[in-house]
Design a protein around this ligand. Structure first.
Ligand code: TXA
Ligand code: MG
Length: 364
């Protein structure tokens, strides 16, 4: 199959440029499109045929449900049984944006979308191309991230091309995604709420609306007793580059010391090593920096930023995270030592992805 690519400026595009995507989706086909978090691979949320094609193109296990994307609250009413008052407030505050909420699903959504669950995960994306596409189509779009299953999510059209070229008919290239990690997935109940997947909306921002909210953690006995997570996605390996990831977490001193000793250990094994770090939080010795068999990758900075005094913030780290993981693979790195950062704000989503990708985590 030939994969067509249409470039669009998210701040200056015409509805005409979306027509081909709309026609394809109306005909049970699937299209990759940009959202503010990551690129999605979308089809009509009412079409079993389209959703089957999505699972197939991604190689996604069929028990992992998809997020349904909407453009307005009227569309939401059409696909869920009810919109409880406390959830309506969340929608008003956080949509459009990177928050996905579980609802009791109406019969309109085929079982294949939710992998047989009686809940449907819904979000309203804020990327203007995504919003306009759904609005003009008039149909909600079921879409997982547009990567091959287990690979890092795509934050640029070229990542989608790498994973899915020849498998899908069309990619809408709207440039890089500015959040960079996927949406926060939450399950809201009367007395308590659970973050099933940390993401673009921070725990700190949700707390004022949901004071009892907690982050799901499969090692917490409380959750195994009182709450069985409805997210099958949690059990799958995710976000993994081909390189082995060793994640180091702790104070600046611990990180600096550990990175040196891990470097020495793996260097003896003659592995092609990478170090993925923030450049500013910790110091890397010149011996390591000058070793041609050890390559530096930067969290939150492009190579071209390194010599300028561009400062990084945690949002920039999120924005560039998946690109950095893909860059590690492009350089054929066998093992990458990663500097862990704080779990604060969007750091929680970043560390969640890194911990899932890691084959070893070394904590202070
Ligand atoms: O930002 C995002 O969320 C991106 C963009 C494209 O919107 N989408 C995305 O989709 O990351 P995906 O399929 O890669 O991740 C969806 C997550 C999975 O962990 C899945 O298991 C969970 O949401 N999920 C979907 N429906 C669910 C449901 N009914 N109950 C529990 N979890 C659900
Ligand atoms: Mg995904």
């Amino acid at each position: 199959m030939l994969t067509k690519i249409i470039r669009l400026d998210p701040l200056n595009f015409s509805i005409k440029q979306l027509q081909e995507a709309i026609d394809l989706i109306r005909n049970d086909e699937i299209v990759a499109f940009p959202t503010e978090t990551v690129y999605g691979l979308g089809g009509s949320a009412f079409s079993e045929t389209a959703v089957r094609k999505i699972y197939e193109a991604k190689g996604r296990p069929s028990d992992n449900p998809m997020i349904v994307h909407i453009s307005d609250l009227e569309m939401l009413s059409g696909i869920v049984k009810a919109i409880p008052e406390n959830i309506r407030k969340l929608c008003e505050r956080f949509w459009p944006g990177p928050l996905t909420i579980l609802f009791a699903k109406s019969e309109k959504i085929p079982d294949i979308v939710t992998a047989g669950l009686n809940t449907v995960a819904v979000r309203m994306p804020s990327n203007p191309i995504a919003l306009a596409l759904i609005k003009k189509l008039g149909i909600p779009i079921a879409a997982p991230s547009a990567n091959l299953s287990t690979r890092p999510s795509p934050t640029e059209a070229k990542h989608v091309i790498n994973d899915l070229q020849g498998k899908i008919p069309l990619i809408l290239d709207g440039g890089p995604c500015n959040v960079g990690v996927e949406s926060t997935v939450i399950d809201v109940h009367k007395g308590y709420s659970v973050i099933l997947r940390p993401g673009g909306v921070n725990l700190e921002d949700l707390k004022p609306y949901l004071p009892m909210i907690e982050v799901y953690n499969n090692k917490n006995a409380k959750f195994s007793k009182e709450f069985k997570p409805p997210t099958p996605g949690l059990k799958y390996k995710h976000y993994s580059p081909k390189a082995e990831i060793v994640l180091v977490e702790g104070s600046k001193e611990f990180l600096e010391e550990k990175i040196v000793s891990l470097y020495a250990k793996y260097r003896i094994q003659k592995k092609l090593i990478g170090i993925l770090h923030t450049h500013q939080n910790i110091q890397i010795s010149s011996e390591i920096l000058n070793d041609p068999r050890c390559k530096m990758f930067y969290l939150g900075l492009r190579d071209s930023d390194i010599d300028s005094d561009d400062s990084i913030d945690v949002e920039k780290i999120a924005e560039g995270l998946f690109s950095a993981l893909r860059a590690v693979d492009n350089q054929k790195i066998e093992l990458v030592i990663v500097e862990g950062i704080s779990d604060k704000n969007i750091g929680l989503a970043i560390m969640n992805r890194l911990r899932k990708a890691a084959s070893k985590i070394i904590k202070e």
